[in-house]
Unconditional design. Structure first.
Lengths: 317, 317, 317, 317, 317, 317
């Protein structure tokens, strides 16, 4: 396993090349997969407890019992990062993925009830190097968000507070957003027309010096979003949760998204309309928060992404 | 490939043991998978055109372009069945699965937009022997349906008219139903409290000689359901689509589900309440329809499932 | 009034240049305007009774009492058309507009209640030549419909079955559609994600030889749509009303819109996806209906619009 | 222009008698009009920046670009008030109206798409004397609010946070309220049954010393409401935003509305039920706030409205 | 029991004066009561089977098991009517009431779960003379229906297809309707703004010769409504179920309600607006149906109600 | 009346055995009953003002006017408790019930409008000994809450902020919960899938040291819940109101219900999943609050319920 990234699967640490999932796994057949994703700063897992606890809460809700305790998962994560991080190269960082499914069994033949009796969950921890080169443009030109007609799945169907892989609506929303702009990202509305999140990040906006977030009902309670809440508190910036609508996003002074892989990226257009006065990529509140975050992480987040050292290969770590 | 089932994957016919999907495939990472499933009767694909056309309609909606035309898919299906069916053994039948995903690419790093530029769809056709032994109890004791608090995903999020694999809500609904009865199947309501479908089959009920179906808004337009519509027409039975509620299901004279693997199975309880007068497993309308279907298929559907010849192994065909 | 079009306003027939509305009219201040619009064929009002009766029904609902009876309105329409039609030039046709408002009064100062006591409705009938040159491209290339995130106003707020002028949502929806394609038209969804209508026309689709319309809840009961229902009946084509979703529009065999000014125009794309197999502008059912309509109207509808005789000037008739 | 009020229209200052709008203007045909309204105190514009900034935010959302910058609009407002205010007479005050439409073009022929290519927005600033005599009874007897069955248009259709003129639902709601009481004002509920606003003012209630407002989702963020928030803060009164229902309005200790023309008026009945204990017109919190507001404005608001000097004529200023 | 009406309660036939219900009965404490009501024509139960079967279906849904079979209930009804009808006097008719509750137990102390273990249902059949004098004005002047802001309870909460006694919303709706007109009856809308029913009767309207009913989702499937469906079929009148809105009710040619006690009564006003052309109390379709119904019942329904023989006393029969 | 509990009914104090309600009372026929319930501590009414004021607010909303003033109701309550409490025996406590109905009249014959003219409300105050033996298991094993598919009635139908007796949905929800576990209690969701309350108590949860409550829209503003808010404030525990979903309840650290009869009881399972880490019946925050409450009440609440002195008889006091 020396030169190859390690994967933790079904209780064992394996070389990535030996890890595989059955096509009859419920995770694949139903998208019944609970997941989480953290990143490293300087080759150390960031907010490890937050991610693992959220993952275990999601499992509890979905009634898929992880085969090991949260503490053991943290220990294995540390071990996996220690082995895999050097493979990401100098200046590289890792994403670590957790996922669990109800398990592999004879086929989902019309109903899980048919063969659901005695499943053994499929639990996996793996990593890959963060593709900084793909994030560069978010920082160079900012994001263009588009509200598609496809709506976010509501919590009474699949609660977005559990990080999961039944996200066809994200794909559909992205196709709609790409009709407007090939590099746009969808900002999904909920069934009452309130703003939720993009297909993979939390959305925040700034109006008159206050940071506003959608209420927690219809969004992932992102760990990066939590970091922003803490930084706002530290910097004396008000952070308010409430129902927001497209109007609020289109008339905001600033807007940005938060997500584990690239922390925070500025929004520069919503539905084709320039955010704020359009004079810079990322407004003053965004820049204060990013600076404070970089200090806390011990890494210049923006520079790391824009720098030449981002991995360009797609080899999984 | 002689003794092993064939799988059609990425344009080639392979032995099943050589077919695999990347864990970075969007189908796995997002559940962004379009699928369909047909079965054989007497080792011949049943309603091949219906299934393939629905699959291509779903792909069109999801903007995932299959690499080959519908006609070619039908031809390959015939070829695959010819090769794999004998492996299902005498008296066995096949299920044939189609699935397609946006493709495999560098990771879905927070947003498909990051690396979504030039994906090649993953398109696969594979088969497995129908596990008749798992269906036996549906015909021996009938189904117990339970309405869970988890609701069906609405069409403005992910249209249930496209057969897809973002179905975590089905898993969640099943866990709720199993709290009531370990062998129960969930009957999901939509967001307005109307009946939709179970986690894998259409639901129909009979009241005063008329067959009622939920309106098409929130259900898969099942091919088996379509067969029932045709048989109703042939037998002079009225078939009516309209919004149905739990009350209708609990006070029906008869109820049953339709689904490709086992065609039609009787419902004998809804939320713990006996369907109809409880004197038989499957009422008179159900039995007429099943008989007519068996005639059309050239197979005694019930006898085939209850008979000793059902495959008990889980070897994929 | 000889060389100038006539306008019927506040009980009198006036030259267009002498007709004006106060900026304190409730129709302008609140958009509280009931309207209708008919067209001529060969300089004769088409479906005069249908339009006038719908207008009077809308007025009844809105509690704005027209100062004259429906019969008198029809008589004045005939008179107005007789005077104005010749001014549309050879080959030209007229649109005739009815509108009525609660009236002109002292300002809507925070609440209509303030000064709403004794209003005299503003009732007007005027006409303009149909701008065929603007419709040409609908027939040459077909329409591209886009489902915007802006939703149709529901009937419990402002019933779309009353033709009215509180349509800012149409403007907003158009701006969203134009982000995708500068010549696209929005196809608005209702609050449950069902298809309603475009910003000015009814939407119909064809699947397997059947014409489907959205249910009447959320749409104008268009007179042109009614003509299509009658023609379907005459031609033996099934016409079915039911809740339709974006999926239905994107996987239809054909689709088209109906509207008074240009009768019927083919849809060739929905959300960027080609309608049907894309081999022609308007499918076989569309063409049969348009032919039958032309026969009924005594005018080749398509030829009239595509022909060189369409008015290019914007002088109001 | 000496003896006549000035109107700013299409870039020029005109005498009111020369200002007119085409009946083909989209603002009239579609109600696609963005508007705002401020008032003077002692012949000076009050909260000029707040009104102008809201107006520009609304324009941004609606994608109608004002031909001049916000600063220039403020300058012209000052100029217009200086010219028109003296015409309101001693003791009179002005309302200043802003409105903008997509512009005047050839007709909205079935779809704005038809001729929407190159519109020039119609932008107007005009004024009229505040009709204090119409407001007198609000202060003398208080308001009777009635919740009609007509619901407020939701933000996913037309966001009430943009001040606009597609308000037929206000007219309809008023007709319903007048069935109960010819001088009643409607208090519209949203689609979930929460209180929103009246047809032209914000609604606030008091329970146990706390001022409650509906959450901002479904209401205009009124400038007068903002004044009340500031006054509450200054006076040490809690101001809480949350979803309110009819029950809250009918069991409140006090209730009142806020609106630019008459600032604040007490509510004395809701759905026929006396507000509070019915012992006075306006409760103690209302009176404290009104006094503080009068101090801030330098005008006794109530006395000005009740006094003999209110304009009785309807001549526009 | 000779001179006194009989009541069937807890398995025994009792004189009315000896029948009483505990104030700790769940029917009283929770309104958890299933009920039904039939009437006699010429002292014979009308549509006895329809009423009893609906009652038993409702009980099945509510999981309250009647202590006797449906057949026995019909037998007892006949017996009760035979005894009580003569007490209604000549020309009088009876209403027969069924009701059942979960039973009487120690108190519902915060939760039925507390003491819900072993309840014995309270089942009662009683009668009273139909108070024709109260119905007279419905036939003399017609009904005024008002749509209140209070909405009908949806089927996912309490299905209106089960006749029950948790109807506080009916009381609330009536209070709102009475604000408009002391003799008005509320016509409740559902949560999407569709018409449902009044507080005690089904609503039907006529437009261009077709009878329209709200879809069955949100209404009691009234036995009188079913009679109208049968009569329409016999008379060749189309009967269509679909979502109807206030607009449809206010622009109908005719409207009427159906209900067991007085069969059918004409609607002459909706929200203050005259129904149809206002020339008669009850339109031509209404009159044809009432005549046909009278023929079927063997009683002139209208004459019986308007005649002098209606009971004026309130003594229960 | 010496040895028998007193009941206040229709203006007079009666022995319980002489108090009865007509079966034609609207409270019984419609469930149109407003109610409230308080308890004693050490034979003294607890939070008497809170309960009586809520009751009077509910009456105001429902337009049922109590025949006496709130102060008089409080005086009678004190008198009734003084007489009845000794009958509850040593260690016993009373529940005091208020209820009022529109009154008794001739039957609700199809519509209250028929005979609603001049009703006299039925107003009653009675008491019963708190059945502590029924509450014991709540404290010994904790509660199992189950989210049923039946939803809570929304405030636009019957506002749950008024304590009333139209609660068939509670009964239906309990039947569903009992399918899972015969001793489970339903936790009802609202129409958007948010948590509301159980069938008789408020629900609160604890996450990371903060107490969360559903927003007030869809719940009774319980007096016991108010006590918890006050105790939280006193103990320095944050209390937050916001929309909560099933996910929040299933992943909470602690959960409990509050209700007048037994104050606070711990939740140990939600939908079959153990609450918190399952190590104790009631978590640390729950225990702190209960201790503080016992101090305030002067009674060890838990000991009183678990002690041997609880009344086991069902004799009403």
């Amino acid at each position: 396993m020396t030169g190859e990234p390690a994967v933790y699967l079904r209780g064992r640490m394996l070389p990535a090349s030996e890890a595989s999932i059955s096509i009859f796994d419920f995770g694949i057949v139903l998208g019944a997969t609970i997941t989480d994703l953290l990143r490293t700063f300087n080759h150390h897992p960031y907010r490890l407890e937050d991610h693992v606890h959220r993952f275990y809460d999601s499992c509890k809700y979905a009634r898929i019992k992880p085969p090991i305790l949260a503490k053991e998962t943290m220990r294995i994560t540390e071990e996996l990062v220690k082995h895999n991080a050097p493979l990401a190269g100098p200046g590289g960082e890792l994403a670590v993925v957790y996922f669990i499914t109800p398990g592999e069994n004879f086929v989902y033949a019309g109903s899980a009830a048919a063969g659901g009796a005695d499943l053994t969950p499929t639990f996996c921890i793996h990593s890959f190097p963060l593709p900084f080169h793909l994030f560069r443009r978010f920082f160079e030109t900012g994001l263009h968000l588009v509200t598609p007609s496809t709506r976010h799945v509501p919590p009474e169907c699949i609660d977005p507070k559990i990080k999961n892989r039944s996200r066809l609506h994200w794909w559909l929303a992205e196709q709609e957003a790409h009709l407007v702009d090939g590099s746009a990202m969808p900002l999904l509305l909920d069934l009452q027309g309130n703003i939720t999140e993009t297909s993979g990040s939390n959305f925040l906006l700034v109006k008159k010096g206050i940071v506003y977030s959608p209420a927690p009902r219809n969004i992932l309670l992102g760990v990066s979003r939590k970091v922003v809440i803490e930084l706002c508190s530290k910097l004396g910036i008000s952070f308010v949760e409430r129902d927001l609508q497209t109007h609020d996003a289109m008339t905001a002074d600033e807007a940005f998204v938060t997500t584990t892989p690239y922390c925070m990226a500025p929004v520069t257009k919503v539905n084709g309309v320039t955010t704020g006065d359009g004079t810079s990529i990322g407004g003053p509140i965004y820049r204060r928060l990013l600076r404070a975050w970089s200090d806390e992480a011990g890494v210049d987040i923006r520079a790391q992404i824009l720098g030449p050292q981002g991995p360009n290969s797609v080899a999984s770590a």
